[in-house]
Design a protein around this ligand. Structure first.
Ligand SMILES: [Zn+2]
Ligand SMILES: [Zn+2]
Length: 289
């Protein structure tokens, strides 16, 4: 089928919104009509050259949409389902998943290749016939995408896509970094930058630039005050359980997703959305397809 996507051809250039060819879903894969996609800063790292990528690449790993078709053997979703993309796949079967570490799912080992989990192929091509990779195995800066079923979380269809999509990356990462990795409880005092009290825990959830090797540390201070430094990816969440849970908090007024959606843009407005992020005009811009 023909659809449209925002493609990054090389670092230092803008996103190019263009027609692409999309194959039907293969075994274990689903075709999703994307409804909304958050403008996460991670793609901007690729665009400016901080993080290398296998290109040309369709961006977008934080999104929500509707399953339109499924390939053979799919059991986690069916046509008509409303889904949030899991920005790290969650297969539910690998050793990491069955031990409760779904954010470290083993099938994410090839996430930087941007190619399908099942066969290493690509379902997306530009009109010149070149394979297109997909960010985080999602590629939701597009009107449609094909992903492995491990990358979709079926959720209650009542949540508007602009808000729901945030739980697939940014909100899950922020919430889980605090609650799971940081062990934050109601009443705790926390600093959102590195600044630790006795027995304080520093959660490293963002690295900029990617090759950064700092900081140098006085290790005696870690020992004497029992400080801890822990790494954290995707908020240490189990997306299959925590995305619906975060949406439930939203439903009951305990998590204000609406306030985090500063501005919305059409797919063609992607470059403006990222410029507005740099200019401080949005905290989270969201593409609405
Ligand atoms: Zn993200
Ligand atoms: Zn897994």
């Amino acid at each position: 089928m023909r659809t449209q996507a925002a493609v990054l051809y090389q670092a230092g250039t803008d996103w190019k919104v263009e027609e692409i060819e999309l194959d039907p879903p293969g075994a274990g894969e689903v075709l999703v009509r994307v409804a909304a996609a958050g403008l996460c800063h991670s793609e901007e790292h690729h665009r400016v050259g901080d993080i290398p990528f296998a290109g040309p690449m369709i961006g977008g790993h934080e999104g929500a949409g509707y399953v339109e078709a499924v390939g053979p053997g799919v059991s986690l979703a069916q046509p008509g389902d409303y889904i949030v993309f899991s920005s790290i796949p969650n297969c539910g079967r690998c050793p990491s998943c069955v031990r409760g570490r779904q954010n470290l799912c083993d099938v994410a080992a090839g996430i930087m290749t941007g190619r399908q989990i099942s066969d290493g192929g690509s379902r997306h091509r530009n009109l010149a016939g070149a394979d297109l990779t997909i960010t985080c195995l999602v590629g939701c800066y597009a009107r449609h995408t094909v992903v492995n079923e491990a990358s979709v979380i079926v959720v209650d269809p009542s949540f508007r896509p602009e808000a729901a999509c945030l739980t697939g990356c940014g909100v899950a990462t922020g919430w889980g970094s605090s609650v799971y990795a940081g062990g934050v409880r109601p009443g705790d005092a926390v600093a959102v930058l590195a600044l630790a009290a006795k027995r304080g825990r520093i959660v490293v959830t963002n690295i900029y630039p990617m090759t950064d090797t700092r900081p140098r540390l006085a290790l005696s201070g870690l020992a004497q005050w029992e400080k801890q430094i822990v790494g954290c990816i995707f908020g240490s969440v189990n997306s299959r359980a925590d995305v619906p849970m975060l949406l439930d908090l939203y439903k009951h007024g305990q998590l204000d997703l609406d306030a985090m959606v500063t501005r919305t843009y059409p797919l063609e407005g992607i470059n403006q959305g990222y410029q507005d992020m740099h200019d401080g005009k949005n905290i989270r811009g969201v593409l609405v397809m």
